[in-house]
Design a protein around this ligand. Structure first.
Ligand code: SF4
Ligand code: SF4
Length: 253
């Protein structure tokens, strides 16, 4: 597998910093940067961490979509007033979605949130012709909207259907998550929060609702809550057979 691991080196961070200063500047047709709110420019992501999310499907409540709503609010996609009306029902933005799976043998039904799995070996990165699809040193997989040409190869390569394409001009975007017509997008693991030692919005919302079905943390830190939970109770990858070593894990499957 081609190693296109993206190291968020300082020069690139400075590039984003300069771009952020040019509020409202168009970087590609339909792509406007309002502001990039990220970690301090002198601190690059490092491979000392690998960020991950553990989802306990036994605690994930059927019919609850607090995580989805929180992601929409945080990152400004799928809003009723966002004019995302040119996309068909199967084309709309879906950074995170609730899915229901049924065990064919036992009939057991489970509800779980599905987003980018932040693969260690991401097929979306392998097929990207421009390098827009990238993986940071800390495992977070992102799309660089500046160089995404909208070919959508990554959407076809992703086995989790975790990415979507922006079909329309957008207004009133969130400063932390600029989106653009003609580019591909997916869950960023709320990188703007992570870079400020925060917790992803979906995880926060799940906890606020007292479901406590989602854990976020550093998979490389044996003392982190997510590592302790994984060690004690286990956790599986969706489609582990693909060998992608996902950063998102599930318990109760
Ligand atoms: S889940 Fe899909 S979009 Fe996310 S890293 Fe893996 S292949 Fe890429
Ligand atoms: S981590 Fe952030 S971007 Fe990813 S699904 Fe959760 S709220 Fe959305």
């Amino acid at each position: 597998m081609t190693d296109k691991t993206y190291n968020a080196d300082l020069s690139r961070r400075h590039f984003f910093g300069k771009a952020a200063a040019a509020a409202g500047m168009a970087v590609a047709p339909g792509v406007f940067l309002r502001q990039v709110h990220a970690r301090p420019a002198d601190q690059a992501a490092t491979s000392e961490q690998r960020w991950g999310i553990l989802i306990d499907t036994d605690k994930c409540a059927k019919g609850c979509d607090s995580c989805v709503t929180a992601c929409m609010d945080e990152n400004g996609w799928g809003r009723a007033d966002a004019s995302e009306d040119k996309s068909g029902p199967h084309q709309k933005a879906q950074w995170i979605r609730k899915v229901t799976i049924k065990d064919k043998q036992t009939g057991h039904v489970q509800s779980l949130p599905l987003m980018c799995q932040h693969c260690e070996n991401p097929p979306c990165v392998d097929v990207c012709p421009t390098g827009a699809s990238m993986k940071r040193a800390d495992g977070i997989v992102l799309v660089d909207k500046h160089i995404c040409i909208g070919c959508r190869y990554c959407m076809m390569a992703c086995p989790y259907k975790a990415r979507s394409f922006v079909h329309e001009d957008l207004e009133d975007q969130k400063v932390v998550a600029p989106r653009g017509k003609g580019t591909v997008e997916s869950c960023t693991m709320c990188v703007h929060r992570v870079d400020e030692n925060g917790t992803p919005a979906c995880v926060e919302a799940c906890n606020a609702d007292n479901h406590n079905a989602m854990y976020f943390g550093d998979l490389k830190d044996p003392n982190s809550e997510i590592s302790r939970q994984l060690k004690q109770y286990g956790g599986k990858e969706l489609r582990a057979d693909l060998g992608l070593n996902t950063g998102v894990r599930y318990r109760g499957l």
